[in-house]
Design a protein around this ligand. Structure first.
Ligand code: DGL
Length: 268
């Protein structure tokens, strides 16, 4: 048993797709969430830049005494292996394995689509892991560079995001995937739009939700769950001002998010 908080980070609001599920499946756990909104978007950064961001985020959360850290970020998970985070001192969960396993469970035709940021598609970590686990699986990856900036500015269910999604999803449709991995944790925030465009024949895999399930499994395995069944708290930090984050968080989580800004310096 361990009463310390779970640490979760992403570039912005995307990791809230993981938090939303954590609040549901582990209501007794405290959560400390870091959205690195100042350096968002991550999906067009170099591996070196992503490494720097991930290390800073890990250090920030560890200074706040978390018992586990989750990179609720497909881009960091695909480009910065845990072994490269030399400052990491607590158990670490990323997006790749839980998400890929859920997709393999869901697919019947073994045709899987992945939509994600340019850096995630380029790294192809999810595609490689899928092939490792099932050599018959066929995969198409489509980068969607416009999604994160649109979602961060509040386009969650309107004509702007719909038009953008129709363009990106045409390739997924043409490929005939029966399962689509939302390989960026921001994308579950627009899953209603994506589901509407693709229709019932395509199962969507929410990488944020699957990461939350991966966190629970890891805490269980390591004996680190908080035994409290309810009453967990969530604290949110962002690296620039809180307005945009507040707005999206409220719509997506359905509650005020109590966000702190660490405008000065992530190293504080
Ligand atoms: N939500 C993150 C991901 O899963 C980061 C996206 C971005 O900042 O570009 O990839």
């Amino acid at each position: 048993m361990n009463k310390s908080a779970i640490g979760v980070f992403d570039s912005g609001v995307g990791g809230l797709s993981c938090v939303k599920e954590l609040l549901h499946i582990l209501p007794g756990e405290d959560i400390k969430y870091l959205g690195d909104t100042l350096r968002m978007p991550y999906g067009i950064k170099t591996i070196e830049e992503l490494h720097r961001c991930a290390k800073d985020n890990v250090a920030f959360l560890q200074r706040r005494g978390v018992k586990l850290i989750a990179a609720a970020c497909g881009t960091v998970s695909s480009n910065v292996p845990k072994e490269h985070l030399d400052n990491l001192t607590v158990p670490f969960v990323d997006v790749i394995n839980p998400t890929v396993i859920a997709a393999l469970k869901a697919t019947k035709t073994k045709r899987i689509g992945i939509i994600a940021t340019p850096a995630t598609i380029k790294a192809n970590s999810m595609g490689l892991r899928l092939a490792e686990l099932d050599s018959e699986v066929q995969v198409i990856g489509v980068a969607c560079p416009d999604f994160v900036p649109l979602i961060e500015s509040g386009h969650i269910n309107d004509d702007v995001i719909r038009k953008s999604a129709e363009g990106y999803l045409a390739e997924i449709r043409a490929f005939g995937a029966d399962t689509l991995i939302l390989g960026c944790t921001h994308y579950p925030l627009i899953s209603a739009v994506i589901a509407d465009i693709l229709g019932d024949g395509v199962t969507l895999i929410d990488s944020g939700r699957e990461t939350a399930i991966g966190i629970r499994m890891t805490l269980e395995k390591l004996g680190l769950l908080n035994e409290r069944e309810n009453g967990g708290t969530a604290e949110y930090f962002v690296t620039n001002n809180t307005e945009a984050f507040d707005g999206v968080a409220k719509v997506f989580l359905g509650e005020e998010a109590n966000v702190n800004s660490i405008l000065k310096n992530i190293e504080d």
